[in-house]
Design a binder for this molecule. Structure first.
Ligand code: PGA
Length: 256
């Protein structure tokens, strides 16, 4: 049985007082759900604050990026070991905003994925096509290229214990969600792609969906057989909305 994941991605939206009120509101309404994992991925300067508020609660925490290097002369980078020291369980790698704005190539993303694993973190590997790529009919080629960079570079076993997030770039922050059928088709494709290398790994790999997930569409998305939860941007900044998405994951039908 695959676990489900609901992970908030705060992006560049945080402040000491804002984080405290958001997390306190979250903690006052959250209940753990069997087989479901809940986390928030926050900007690195807030790891200590977030750890002190969330330690011992059902909410885990993580980062939004990680250096591909472990230590050395890499000004501005934050290493996986540093995230681990602050109790981070997860780290997002290859988010489309970093691919587009920080110029991260598939090869760099694969190196970051490896760095996360070395530090004992659970990488949340983001893949997704742009609107232009979808309209050109090359969605599967793009996703295969992004996934294969990790599969070929580090071997399929590097995805064992990781989470893959399908985030169509055209659905991120736009209010335009992929339909549950569109998401399901891509998730099945990704699972099959991993399954070609290792059938058991493909079957147990958690694949979550991100892109304008809200309380109002989460249940329908999470009911799809290959959608194992969500990576939530804007809606993770509103406690009630994020909690409703979390509960939708708990109510979704079981899957093998
Ligand atoms: P969104 O962002 O939910 O605001 O669309 C999702 C993401 O980028 O992870």
């Amino acid at each position: 049985m695959r676990s489900r994941y609901v992970v908030g991605n705060w992006k560049l939206n945080a402040s000491l007082p804002g984080n405290e009120s958001l997390l306190k509101a979250l903690l006052s309404g959250v209940e753990s759900q069997p087989g479901c994992h809940l986390a928030v991925c926050v900007p690195a300067p807030y790891f200590a604050q977030v750890r002190s508020l969330l330690v011992g609660s059902p909410v885990a925490w993580g980062g939004q990026d990680v250096s591909r290097f472990d230590k050395g002369a890499y000004t501005g980078d934050v290493a996986g070991g540093m995230l681990a020291e602050f109790g981070c369980r997860y780290v997002i790698v290859g988010h489309s905003e970093r691919r587009a704005l920080a110029g991260e190539s598939d090869a760099v993303v694969a190196e970051k994925h490896a760095a996360a694993r070395r530090a004992g973190l659970v990488p949340i590997l983001c893949v997704g096509e742009t609107l232009e790529e979808r309209q050109r009919g090359v969605t599967e080629q793009v996703l295969a290229r992004q996934l294969d960079a990790v599969l070929d570079g580090q071997g399929p076993q590097s995805l064992d214990g990781a989470v893959v997030a399908y985030e169509p770039v055209w659905a991120i922050g736009t209010g335009r969600t992929a339909t549950s059928e569109q998401a399901q088709a891509v998730h099945a494709f990704l699972r099959a792609r991993v399954g070609e290398r290792d059938a058991a790994l493909g079957a147990r790999l958690p694949i979550i969906y991100g892109g304008s997930v809200k309380a109002g569409n989460a249940a329908e998305l999470f009911a799809m057989p290959d959608v194992d939860g969500g990576l939530i941007g804007g809606a993770s900044l509103v406690a009630d909305e994020f909690l409703a998405i979390w509960r939708a994951a708990g109510l979704a039908p079981g899957r093998n």
